[in-house]
Design a protein around this ligand. Structure first.
Ligand SMILES: C[S@@+](CC[C@H](N)C(=O)[O-])C[C@H]1O[C@@H](n2cnc3c(N)ncnc32)[C@H](O)[C@@H]1O
Length: 275
């Protein structure tokens, strides 16, 4: 799916972290979590460090396996993962009813996959906001390659301070919070509910797909061994395998959460400020 290869994965691994510091960054990142002895208070006070370490460590894996857009999507039968992701980005542009030339802000924009597709689909100028420097530099490079660098850009900023990894809220709580903040909610829905293809299917080990081969059990097994070899010969920094391990654990958790219907990455709402 993604055009990035093994060497891109290895060279991007660690993002802005010095290659010699990747192993200690993995250690520190893991220790933020309860299963590694971490405390909620540290996650909150060091929120920015935790998020930045995470995205420095995982971005090249995401790009290698998932592509330039790091989100899930409602998916029809017969649609590839890539098609469903692009359609979701077009859906967002349609819902916002944007007109050519308008300016749009994408908060938490990753490396800008959604932003580029949105801008090309709707002829708008999109600014991506992100607190991770590595993703911004990667996004700028990809904007240049895609030819949208004159109309789209990035700003490095923090949108939330001191609230790292709060408990996952119920969608009803999100709706309440929107209303409390004074928004008028036009419509809202968990788009995962009637998705003909479950959002977590690409990560489900019992599923096989040629078009998203790198996400399948065989693809992940091959990536694991490739990362092991790259780390062994020194082409990937020390600690790379541990990043792959915690991503594997995350993928398993997502699939389980999806199957049990206790987690959704697809809660959509359209809200506006009252006139
Ligand atoms: C799961 S990624 C999604 C990226 C993008 N929306 C996409 O679909 O490709 C979440 C993004 O939010 C950014 N982010 C997380 N916390 C942030 C914060 N407090 N301030 C700004 N950006 C943040 C991360 O750096 C990352 O780029």
């Amino acid at each position: 799916m993604s055009k990035t290869g093994a060497m891109d994965l290895a060279s991007g691994l660690g993002g802005k972290i010095e290659k010699s510091d990747v192993l200690s960054a993995v250690d520190k990142y893991e220790k933020y979590h309860v299963c590694h002895g971490g405390e909620e208070e540290d996650r909150k006070s060091d929120y920015s460090d935790m998020v930045n370490k995470y995205y420095d460590l995982v971005t090249s894996f995401y790009e290698f396996g998932w592509g330039e857009s790091f989100h899930f999507a409602h998916r029809w039968k017969g649609e590839s993962l890539k098609e469903s992701i692009k359609r979701h980005e077009h859906f967002l542009a349609l819902q916002l009813g944007v007109k050519p030339g308008q300016k749009v802000l994408d908060v938490g924009c990753g490396i800008g996959g959604p932003l580029r597709e949105f801008a090309r689909f709707s002829s708008t100028s999109v600014t991506g906001l992100n607190n991770n420097e590595y993703q911004i530099s990667r996004g700028k490079e990809l904007n240049r390659i895609a030819g949208v660098d004159k109309t789209c850009d990035f700003v490095k900023a923090e949108i939330e301070i001191g609230d790292g990894l709060p408990d996952i809220r119920l969608t009803t709580k999100c709706l309440e919070a929107l209303k409390q903040a004074g928004f008028e909610v036009v419509w809202e829905k968990d788009l995962a509910v009637d998705s003909p293809v479950p959002w977590y299917l690409p990560l489900d080990k019992s599923h096989f797909s040629l078009s998203s081969f790198r996400l399948t059990a065989v693809g992940r097994f091959m990536t694991k061994n490739m990362v092991k070899a790259l780390e062994f010969v020194g082409l990937a920094p020390k600690g790379s395998q541990r990043v792959q391990d915690f991503l594997e654990k995350a993928a398993e958790g997502l699939v389980e959460g999806g199957k049990k219907e206790i987690f959704t990455p697809m809660y959509f709402f359209l809200a506006r400020k009252p006139e």
